[in-house]
Unconditional design. Sequence first.
Length: 126
Amino acid sequence: MSRANETGRRGEQAVREFLESKGAAILEQNYRIYGGEIDIIAVIDDIIAFVEVKTRKPEAAVSGFEAVTPKKQKFIMRTAMQYCNEHIIDLQPRFDVAEVCMTGGRVLDIDYLENAFDMSGSDSIF
């Protein structure tokens, strides 16, 4: 595994632990379909959260939030719809983004944004 992949996995694990500490139930981690992936799928109260995790160094030129472009959002939404088609889901969907700041393999901060984007403007519905 490359150093970048290892850093990303550490960031995802940190967010998983962060969510669990808030009472979330993790349903999936690294859920993949052809053409898409969701880093974490969690149940938080009456919400199913599809969470994109971006891990960055403190001096990164582009923030993790900026890295979740409209194109990336489209892939996440399509993957979320596929997940909901495969599972019986009676929860309100939400798309969150977590930015993990790491240096030297150590997590410095987690910035978590609920409802980072939604499906308005897309031609898809849940």
